[in-house]
Structures are given as C-alpha cells and as structure tokens.
Write a protein that binds this ligand. Structure first.
Ligand code: ADP
Length: 542
C-alpha cells in the first residue's frame, strides 16, 4: 500500500524561497574583492538571484548545462548558487588554487558554457581561456565601474551587474525532477586527474537537513555563520544552503583569509559559528594571541578537511571559550559524513579524556552508514582498536563520477573512502590514515595521524607531519617533519623524548627533520605525496 502524502520534490530553489519568506530581513554581509563591506538581506538575494536566472535564460543556458564559477565567498557567488541550480543548470565551482592546466582540464571536461569570475582571477582566467575551447562567455563579477578595460580574453566578456540590471526579477523557479543535477565539484586530485562529483537537488537538500542538526553542524536562526571554507570547496561544506534553511545571518570573508582580517570581521559582525580547515585557524589563533584579543560572540568553530590537532582544540577552548566541532567529510559525500559532537556521558569526562574523544572525527550523521573492513572485505568490530578501510553509503554519497560512463567506484554498493579508520563502541570514527599515506613497518600499520597529534602537543611545535620513508629492514619507517615556533631551540632529541610514553615504542620515528614550511594543496591540506617525494629515501641515504 502506498502512503498518501504529497510528492513535493526536494529542490535547491526552495531553500531560497523559504529564506526569503521566513527570514527576508536577515542579513548577508560580504567583504568584497573591491575592498569594502557589502550588506543586504535574504530578500535582496532572492530578488537578484531571480534576475540572474532571467539573464542565464537570455544567454541561452539550458537545463543540465554547466555554468562555472571562479570566485571567493561572497554575495554574488551566493546569488549564482541559486540562480544556476534553481533554473535547472549545473553550478560548477572551480578551485582557483589549482594549477592552470588542471583548471583547463576541468573546464573542458565539464564543458562549461559560461565562467563567472571574481576580478582577482582575471589573470588566471586569461591563461585558462587560451587553453580551453568550451566557454565562449566570461562574466566578471563586478560592476561597470570596476570592469577591466584591457584583457586577454578573445571570447565575450560581460559585466555581472549589467546582467542583473538588464533583466527582470520576476522568475518562476521551475519544478524540476529532484534527482536532476544541481552542482558539480571536482576533487582536488592529489593523484591522477581530478574527478567530478555531480550533486542532485535531492542529495543537496537532504544533506542540508542532516548537516544543520544540533549534533551535526548545529546551525540556527540565532547564528551568524562565517564560512572560511571556500564556496569552491564542496559548496563551503553546505553552509550557504544550511544558512537559508535555518535563516542564519551569513558573513562572507571574500579574499581576506589572514588572521587579522578574519578576526576583525568575526568581531564586527558578531559571528557565532565559523568553519574551515586547520591551517586557517592557525593563522587566526596566532593573530588573536599576538594582540591578546578575545572572541566576544564566537562560541563554536567547525574544523574539518584534515585532522584537527588536540593542541588546537585546547587553544580554542582554554584561551577563548570556543568549542571545536571536529568533522570529517569528502567531496564525494557532499561533504558531511561524521561530526564529533559529544554524548551526554562524555561531557563530564576529565579534560584530557574529552580531548581524546574530540581528536576523533566523530559519529555518523543520520543518513550515512559506515563500516570498516579488512583486506578481504570482512567487517571489523567497532571496538576502537581494529582499523580498516572505511566504506560509506547514503543518499548524499556519490555513486559514480561525472563523465565516467557508468564506471562505478562502489564496492558492493559501498563507497570506499580511501581512509583507514577505527570506530569505537559509541560509534565515534577516527581516521588513522589515508590509505595512500599509510606507514607499513614490518607488515604492521603505524598511524601517522596519531604521531602528528601527539607531536603537535609540544609547545614549540607549529606543524608536525609524519610520512612513510623507505627502510632497508622494515620496508617503511615513520619520519617526522616539524615546523617549530620561531626562535625555539627545540632539537630532534627533544621531540623524541616528548613522544616517549605518549605513543607505542615501535611507532617512534627513527628521525626528526626540521623544515621551514610544508607544502599545502589547493584545499588547504598538507601535500604528503610531495614530502614523500622529497624525503622518502631519507633512511636509505642518511
Ligand atoms: P581531496 O581528496 O580532493 O582532498 P576532499 O577535500 O574531499 O578531497 O578530502 C577528503 C579527505 O580529506 C578525506 O577522505 C580525509 O582523508 C580527509 N579529511 C577530511 N576531514 C578530515 C578530518 N577531520 N580528519 C582527517 N582527515 C580528514
């Protein structure tokens, strides 16, 4: 027997319609590329998104066609989120930190019809344009007064504000099939070519519901949310959609992602919740410490994309009364998979035990099924000890990549994440490594993440990265690379002595190398493959 409920498709545009109707006066504040602060409301956003939808129709963009964006977090980017997806086209967010060849590859692969770009990226767009055939139209996301007068684009260059001004703001969002594509994001592709993940309206809306929940990212109409995580990186972890669903104030940092600019914006706009990768927070914390500042309203910060070191969780909590919400996800998961939200019985744990829980990536949100398996595919117990390949499934997990012609990455219906993890009896998952970063010493796994976490607790350590280095006897042994605090006299023996008793004896790295910096990739993560290229033979040549 069928249920007798309405068939209302889950559509991205409905998030905007809701925000306009119920939170029309709520503010969206953006630091612009032009340098000033712009503010308007959800009502304005909705109106201008409808104008842009009319403009896209006038430019001949049809349902299913891809529209690229190369832009910072800001209100015009937000307008495109809804104008493009809402009218049935596919929003393709491009990561400007990628190499120009990779960008050209992605734009060609996605067959983008138009690319919208922030003025910062004009030189990048010019280099890309000479390498691609697909987009014939480029739109500078600015007004007439700031339009570039000279440029190397032989294709058509248009002005964003002209497009809005020229078109009517009356537009009926089409009633799309909820399974149709809404946006496209390529993985950063540290190995091989980037792969496109094509989200649907349904997957996006379901992800929005789940990610907004109190034990997920915990967002409400009373929040002012500042996504530092870029809108070109898995849709800023879904926060633009979540903010519409719950009616939160949105604060966009634009191009200014240094500690000082972020701190000033957080304070001026009374931000309560922010989100970003650990490297960004290092800059922010260093600035706030240097000026002996405090956060007047910020109470929570979501840290994900890479493991959050306990030292960071402790610094936020002890110096600033800011709770870190450690989260794990992937482009293929829209991205939220797990969030480390404590259970009632963990709230009263001694601080060090609490931190040990918070170092984990957290519990699966409803909608994400997880399992860990051994090399033969057998499920491993959730005992907090056994570690294996992490597999997931759920309505916002990719089943294949864009343009991969039916080739599925799935294993028996499960998506192999490429992460190695353990899961404890409370359901808290902890990543011990990416499978390609794993250290296998004498046939046994050593968790590079655990070693990094402990090393970061040393007060003189800014960054710790542990990699597998080839070894004549043990195949591989851990090698620890350290960036130390300026002026510190820390030496290798000091680091190794600090690790004594804090990690298993045979996990102890055979050597410590001090470096000035570590390479960071397009999504803010340490590029371990580059470090392996550089230091992989350390034990063979030392
Ligand atoms: P890419 O592989 O292109 O960097 P993503 O940005 O989608 O793609 O990254 C997903 C990967 O990032 C995960 O599979 C995991 O290895 C890592 N990751 C994400 N969040 C965390 C976290 N909180 N702790 C450790 N690793 C994380």
């Amino acid at each position: 027997m069928q249920g007798l409920m309405m068939q209302q498709p889950l559509l991205v545009a409905s998030l905007l319609t809701h925000a306009e109707r119920h939170h029309g006066g709520q503010e969206i504040v953006s630091r612009r590329v032009e340098g000033d602060i712009h503010r308007y409301s959800y009502r304005d956003l909705a109106q201008r998104a409808r104008g842009m939808a009319n403009a896209l129709a006038a430019l001949g963009i049809e349902q299913g066609e891809r529209v690229g964006t190369l832009a910072w977090n800001g209100y015009r980017h937000m307008e495109l989120y809804f104008a493009v997806s809402g009218s049935g086209a596919v929003l393709h967010t491009l990561n400007p930190r990628l190499h120009v060849d990779q960008l050209a590859y992605i734009i060609e692969h996605a067959q983008d019809r138009i690319v919208f770009f922030d003025l910062t990226f004009l030189p990048l767009i010019e280099s890309v344009a000479s390498r691609v055939k697909s987009p014939k139209i480029f739109v500078a996301m600015t007004d007439r007064a700031h339009m570039p007068t000279t440029h190397g684009l032989s294709s058509m260059l248009m002005c964003y504000e002209d497009l809005i001004d020229l078109h009517h703001d009356v537009f009926e969002w089409p009633l799309l099939d909820e399974n149709s594509a809404s946006s496209l994001c390529y993985t950063s592709g540290t190995t091989g070519n980037p792969k496109g993940v094509l989200y649907s309206h349904r997957s996006t809306v379901l992800h929005t519901y789940a990610a907004a929940l109190p034990d997920s990212l915990n967002c409400s109409a009373r929040d002012a949310i500042l996504p530092v995580v870029p809108m070109f990186h898995v849709n800023a972890w879904g926060l633009p959609y979540i903010a519409c669903m719950v009616g939160a104030k949105l604060v966009f940092p634009g191009p200014a992602l240094d500690g000082k600019s972020l701190y000033e914006l957080i304070e001026a706009e009374q931000v309560t919740l922010s989100a970003g990768v650990p490297t960004v927070w290092q800059g922010l914390l260093a600035h706030v410490d240097a000026i002996k500042g405090a956060f007047s309203h910020m109470r929570r910060t979501i840290v994900g994309g890479a493991a959050c070191p306990t030292a960071m969780t402790a610094a936020f909590r002890e110096s600033h009364r800011v709770e870190v919400l450690h989260a794990w996800g992937m482009t293929e998961l829209s991205p939220v998979g797990t969030v480390c939200s404590l259970k009632a019985h963990q709230l009263s744990l001694p601080v060090s035990e609490r931190y040990a829980v918070q170092a984990k990536q957290g519990r699966g949100v409803f909608g994400i099924d997880m399992k860990i398996v051994d090399a033969d595919g057998n499920a491993l117990p959730w005992d907090g000890i056994a570690a294996g390949d992490l597999l997931v499934r759920g309505p916002w997990v990719a089943r294949e990549y864009f343009g991969s012609e039916g080739q599925s990455p799935l294993r028996d219906g499960w998506f192999p994440t490429g992460d190695i993890a353990r899961i404890d009896a409370d359901g808290f998952m902890q990543i011990t490594d990416r499978s390609k970063d794993v250290i296998k010493s004498g046939g046994e796994w050593i968790s590079s993440t655990d070693i990094e976490n402990v090393a970061c607790l040393h007060p003189d350590v800014t960054t710790a990265v542990c990699i597998a280095a080839r070894h004549a006897k043990w195949d591989e042994r851990p090698l620890l690379l350290i960036v130390k605090k300026p002026g510190s006299g820390l030496d290798a023996n000091g680091v190794l002595a600090f690790l004594d008793g804090r990690i298993a004896r045979w996990w102890k790295p055979d050597a410590v190398v001090f470096v000035d910096t570590v390479p960071i990739g397009a999504t803010g993560k340490v590029l371990k493959n580059q470090l392996r290229d550089q230091f992989g033979d350390y034990y063979l040549t030392a």
